[in-house]
Design a protein around this ligand. Structure first.
Ligand code: RIB
Ligand code: CA
Length: 314
């Protein structure tokens, strides 16, 4: 068997972050070295509490640290209409058994990279605040980062403004640092994540697995679909799980390389991920942009992961 891929999960749980973390923990190809929170779907206090509860539910045995309370520039935005006041409304979750490390998320990521004997893959599924700050504060650690598989952006349109996707919009300055870093980036943007739809019949397939984690995942999907159903979606777009799927089952994805720039100004387009489709800039691509997904293969992946929690080894 190939050596495990060491990863750090950085997110703003968030229903789809939680499902992404469920997939990561159940994937034998991955080794979770650390988890960190970022302000995004809710305040840093709420996303941190949610992260620790999700880690407890999933049995993720790794250090956790809290991120910054604000983006690099500007004020936090939160998304209670999507994820609820708690940031993870819906099923009851266990109280956290994991205490935060007495250091910041950036310091935990830096410590984890420093101590690792091999480069680590970063999997941010919220605003890129922690990752941008890490690259600004510890540029020498870029050599310990194997790559970044992120959920964010969209080369065709946004979901929080006409031009910008939420994660990038919350902290465009951080995203700009990341996309200019020269590190290998796989971008799971709205181009693919709006196709990563989990239909209500898929919720029932997962619920029928009849283990405690699968039951919670089905309830997360029930809640998360509520907002999207009101917009006319036929299913729940589980955005963040695609960033993990890119590491464990890339064959279900269609990917194209683009040079992507982040708009940090602009009256209408701040937070846009501007892809150079036709090579106008003459710049080499800096991101592998995921454009398509085999939806059935994605559902199978999620169902296999949820089923894993019903096995002895979980
Ligand atoms: O735009 C979708 C992204 O914003 C997802 O990561 C979701 O969790 C929210 O953070
Ligand atoms: Ca998220």
């Amino acid at each position: 068997m190939n050596p495990k891929i060491p990863i750090i999960l950085d997110g703003d749980p968030g229903h789809d972050d939680a499902i992404a973390w469920m997939l990561a923990k159940a994937s034998p190809q991955l080794e979770i070295r650390a988890c960190t929170s970022v302000c995004g779907n809710q305040t840093i206090e709420k996303t941190s509490y949610n992260a620790r509860r999700v880690m407890t539910l999933l049995g993720i045995d790794a250090p956790f640290a809290m991120g910054r309370s604000n983006p690099l520039v500007g004020q936090p935005m939160v998304a209670p209409t999507v994820h609820g006041e708690s940031g993870l409304d819906g099923p009851a979750l266990p109280e956290p058994k994991i205490e935060p490390q007495p250091i910041s998320a950036v310091e935990l990521i830096a410590r984890t990279l420093t101590e690792s004997t091999e480069p680590v893959t970063l999997v941010p599924t919220g605003p890129l605040t922690n990752i941008g700050a890490l690259l600004l504060l510890y540029p020498e650690l870029k050599r310990k980062i194997a790559g970044i598989s992120l959920m964010g952006g969209g080369v065709a349109h946004g979901n929080w403004t006409p031009a910008a996707e939420f994660n990038i919009l919350v902290d465009p300055e951080a995203a700009d640092v990341v996309f200019k870093s020269g590190l290998p980036i796989t971008m799971a943007g709205l181009d693919v994540t709006n196709k990563a739809l989990v239909f209500p019949e898929d919720f029932e397939r997962i619920r029928a697995l009849n283990n405690p984690v699968a039951a919670v995942v089905a309830e997360w999907l029930d809640f998360f679909y509520g907002f999207h159903r009101s917009l006319g979606y036929p299913g729940a777009p589980v955005h963040d799980a695609v960033a993990v799927a890119a590491l464990v089952r890339p064959e279900i994805l269609t990917i194209k390389e683009y040079y992507v720039q982040i708009e940090t100004k602009g009256e209408f387009c701040r937070g846009a991920t501007v892809a150079d489709h036709w090579g106008f800039t003459g710049k080499a691509p800096n991101a592998r942009v995921i454009l398509g997904i085999n939806r059935e293969g994605f559902i199978d992946l999620l169902a296999e992961a949820a089923a894993w929690y019903g096995r002895e080894e979980a």
